[in-house]
Design a binder for this molecule. Structure first.
Ligand SMILES: C[S@@+](CC[C@H](N)C(=O)[O-])C[C@H]1O[C@@H](n2cnc3c(N)ncnc32)[C@H](O)[C@@H]1O
Length: 295
């Protein structure tokens, strides 16, 4: 997909398409829909050929029906055509795409969702992760940018958030996601492109007060669950600092297995106290303050 200015882009999913098709069936001439996956609302005009935005973009009814049928895709409207927001990443040989939910979208990488979406919305999922290590203060390291939700949420109270993304394909998806705009506009967020496994070792000792480690599942990114990587996270965390590590459903069979190994390696890496947070599908690991106290 071509990179373009993101502000003002129209992005639609099956949810808006349903509203449009219902309005057409009801014989309406205008209807209110969101042009940005639920952030704002605009009125569009219905014509015999399709729908017209006040910005003069037109989407034909055949395209509206196509969007309605594609429940796992979001579509960019550009020069009166629609384009599914998906990218084949040559860096990882994986397909990345923006997937709608009833509220905030998630990203699919190689068919795996990058947020929880069953009985929870990706933004609620993000808040559960962040809540485990509040207050979010000082410099924050976010090891896996994704759609930037954890970075954006942390930047509300942090001094600075450094966020790392391996995959330019994933970054391109974020660029088209209206809910990720803060990632590109918030001056407190510093984006770094590359492999966290290689980049974290370049950071100074004790340079972050909080770490959010939200990697893809173990089978997609095993090195981000390794003792070698955990030792680096421990090193760059300030004494008294906290790490949230997303693992997956701690109570599931596979989640339980990964958790046991992760807990052992975190302990071996120096973290003295590790607390399971099943509601956030992860664990919090604490680094002792120099005087032995935890903040
Ligand atoms: C679960 S998502 C992160 C979700 C993110 N916290 C958010 O709020 O949207 C994981 C992300 O890590 C990226 N990733 C995978 N391996 C990585 C690595 N070695 N270094 C940095 N990022 C990596 C993936 O491309 C994906 O975008």
């Amino acid at each position: 997909m071509e990179a373009r200015t993101r502000e003002g882009e129209i992005v639609l999913s099956y949810i808006q398409a349903e509203t449009l098709l219902a309005a057409r069936r009801a014989g309406a001439h205008q209807v209110e829909i969101s042009p940005d996956l639920g952030i704002s609302m605009v009125i569009v005009t219905l014509t015999d050929d399709g729908i017209r935005f006040t910005s003069h973009e037109v989407v034909g009814w055949t395209d509206v029906e196509k969007i309605r049928r594609a429940e796992n895709s979001c579509f960019l409207v550009y020069e009166n055509t629609i384009q599914a927001i998906h990218v084949f990443s040559e860096t990882t040989n994986r397909v990345c795409s923006l997937m709608p939910t009833k509220r905030t979208p998630t990203m699919l990488i190689a068919g795996f969702t990058m947020h929880r979406i069953v009985d929870i919305d990706p933004m609620q999922d993000t808040r559960k992760k962040i809540t485990t290590i509040t207050p979010i203060v000082g410099r924050v390291l976010d090891t896996a940018t994704g759609l930037g939700y954890t970075a954006i949420e942390a930047a509300r109270t942090a001094d600075e958030v450094v966020t790392i993304e391996l995959d330019p394909g994933a970054q391109e998806i974020a660029q088209h996601n209206p809910w990720s705009r803060g990632l590109f506009s918030n001056p407190k967020i510093k984006q770094v492109m590359g492999d966290a496994f290689e980049i974290v070792p370049t950071f100074a000792d004790a340079s972050f007060a909080r770490i959010i480690h939200d990697p893809p599942i173990f089978s997609l990114a095993g090195e981000l669950y390794s003792g070698q990587f955990y030792r680096e996270l421990y090193r760059v965390l300030k004494p008294g600092g906290r790490l949230f590590h997303y693992i997956g459903d701690l109570n599931s069979k596979s989640g339980g297995t990964v958790t046991r190994g992760a807990l052992r390696r975190l302990q071996e890496s120096g973290f003295t106290r590790i607390v399971k947070c099943p509601e956030a599908f992860g664990v919090v690991a604490y680094k002792e303050a120099r005087d032995g106290a935890r903040k």
